[in-house]
Design a protein around this ligand. Structure first.
Ligand code: HEM
Length: 517
């Protein structure tokens, strides 16, 4: 009897093993049929690197280089405006195609990459929501805090932080890491807007609450989830097990990372929900618009991340272009001096005044064009029935990646010297060309129903910060042979941007800064 039980068990194991083996073989065959079908699909006509047709590893390898923005640009330059970069993936740097895909009611939806931007397994946020209708509901709640009349409030908060920042720079050593200082300023501004008070990076001269570290770490990992998107699905399924959910997703009890930031946001939200007087910050605005606190946690984190890193990178990269181009530096300095001499610049400069400075405007546009702060592909999915773009028919379900860097190097739009930093291109009297350039440039902030809600804020911040830096200091790079190191994770992380600052006297007194206890 005993022997037969063992035998039975053995036979059972054998059957199970054979079944599993057969299942694996079937899966493998299914996968190959799928891949072969993809090769035979109309997608096979789209040119691209040979390896990319077979596996997503080509994309993963590009991401791992830390210079994926250049790889995307080289790929479109080599294979054309539409290049195949994966079994189901194409890449475009064509402004018209990009506009066609992102246009409101285009039927293209955000691809699974956006799942990797969720903070919570079941609560989507403005940047992760892929369903058009649900997204527009969230957007209607968040956008008013960054657009229209809110821009005036944003400006007064920004001005206060900029004055404090400039004063702190005046008391710093002569050689400083300006990249880090710019990051601290953008974090203090956005936390002030979102939470009512700055976290105090400027005052404490450090990355308070690890916001910058969290954004960098998060993006260096999330970029791979944008390729192997099944990982997102797996994470969401695992989160049904309570202890796994705690381990895999940020939680307010975490001592580091996004969870730590969530706790901060959560505390502010709880305080605001108990108090009668609404404060002038994003948390209060979202509470007043009826958003549940769990979602407020995610939305505020998105605003903190979206509103700090991008702007900081843009200010840093434009500043680097200015200080390494003596003609640009001299022209901008004399425009600033003239504005000060003629009494056309308040302290700090008002945005209405900054917009009158034609050369400053040109420098800011050119700085953003030369170094867009995002290089994520932000894939959209070809809708049911497929679509014909760039002369190729793409089957439904194809992922179209948007090569933002390549788009801004278009020589037909910007001229043969598009690779150069040359603000003068924006001073042309050729109206038609100027219109085309502006239309292409606006894609840096996206297009259509998902266009960036922080455009006005970002542009204002870049103009003001650059003006105040050059008004208050003479600036030169500390290490001309290697002014900075920049890593690309879809966003950019700059290290060691050191400059020599020589104060220029303008006699400005800063207000006292209110920071988190
Ligand atoms: C130079 C600075 C910035 C650049 C280049 C930029 C770029 C972008 C782009 C390209 C998108 C579209 C994402 C998509 O494809 O779906 C986007 C969305 C967004 N941006 Fe910005 N951004 C900047 C600054 C800001 C600032 C200051 C904020 C302030 C909170 C912000 C908040 C957002 C939000 C919330 C979204 C999601 C919009 C939606 O899905 O409806 N961004 N941004």
């Amino acid at each position: 009897m005993w022997a037969s039980n063992v035998e039975m068990e053995f036979v059972g194991y054998c059957v199970l093993s054979y079944c599993l083996f057969a299942l694996c073989v079937l899966l493998k065959i299914h996968m190959w049929i799928h891949v072969i079908r993809l090769q035979k699909s109309s997608l096979s006509e789209v040119p691209g690197p040979r390896l990319a047709k077979w596996t997503r590893l080509w994309i993963a390898r590009a991401l791992s280089t830390g210079r994926s923005h250049e790889v995307w640009t080289e790929t479109n330059a080599k294979y054309g405006r539409l290049a195949r970069i994966g079994p189901k993936h194409v890449l475009t740097d064509d402004p018209s195609i990009t506009r066609h895909i992102l246009a409101a009611r285009s039927r293209y939806e955000r691809g699974p990459f956006f799942d990797s931007l969720r903070m919570h397994p079941t609560v989507p946020n403005i940047i992760s929501e892929r369903d058009e209708k649900k997204h527009s509901v969230i957007r209607a709640m968040v956008a008013p805090s960054f657009t229209g009349r809110s821009v005036a409030t944003i400006e007064s908060i920004m001005d206060e932080q900029i004055l404090i920042w400039v004063e702190s720079l005046r008391h710093s050593s002569r050689v400083i890491n300006i990249g880090q200082k710019i990051q601290f300023l953008t974090v203090d501004i956005i936390t002030c807007l979102c939470l009512g008070k700055a976290v105090g990076c400027i005052k404490n001269n450090c990355d308070m609450y690890g916001l910058l570290e969290t954004i960098e770490m998060g993006n260096s990992v999330a970029q791979y989830f944008s390729v192997f998107t099944e990982l997102n699905t797996l994470l969401f399924s695992l989160s049904n097990v309570p202890f796994l959910k705690r381990a895999l997703f940020p939680n307010v009890s975490d001592s580091r990372g996004v969870g730590r930031l969530m706790r901060l946001v959560h505390q502010v939200a709880e305080k605001r929900s108990l108090s009668q007087d609404g404060e002038n910050d994003l948390v209060s605005a979202l509470l007043a618009r009826g958003m549940p606190t769990e979602q407020i946690d995610s939305e505020v984190i998105v605003a903190l991340a979206g509103g700090s890193d991008t702007t900081s990178t843009s200010v840093q990269s434009t500043l680097l272009c200015i200080v390494t181009n003596p003609d640009v530096y001299a022209t901008l300095r004399s425009e600033i001096r003239a504005a000060l001499r003629d009494g056309k610049a308040s302290t700090p400069i008002r945005d209405t005044e900054a917009r009158q400075l034609v050369y400053l405007q040109a420098v800011v546009l050119e700085g953003l064009r030369k170094h867009p702060p995002l290089s994520q592909l932000r894939e959209r999915v070809v809708p049911a029935g497929g679509d014909t773009i760039g002369g190729f028919h793409l089957p439904e379900g194809t992922f179209v990646g948007l090569n933002g860097w390549g788009t801004q190097l278009n020589t037909e739009i910007y001229g043969e010297d598009a690779a150069l930093f040359r603000p003068e291109r924006w001073l042309t009297e050729d109206e038609k060309r100027l219109k085309e350039m502006h239309s292409c440039h606006s894609l840096i902030f996206g297009h259509g129903a998902t266009r960036c809600i922080g455009v006005a804020m970002a542009m204002m911040e870049i103009r003001k910060v650059l003006f105040e830096l050059l008004r208050n200091f003479d600036i030169s790079v500390a290490n001309p042979h290697r002014p900075w190191t920049s890593h690309c994770y879809g966003i950019f992380h700059q290290v060691g941007f050191r400059v020599v600052l020589r104060p220029v006297d303008d006699g400005v007194k800063p207000p006292k800064q209110k920071v988190m206890a």
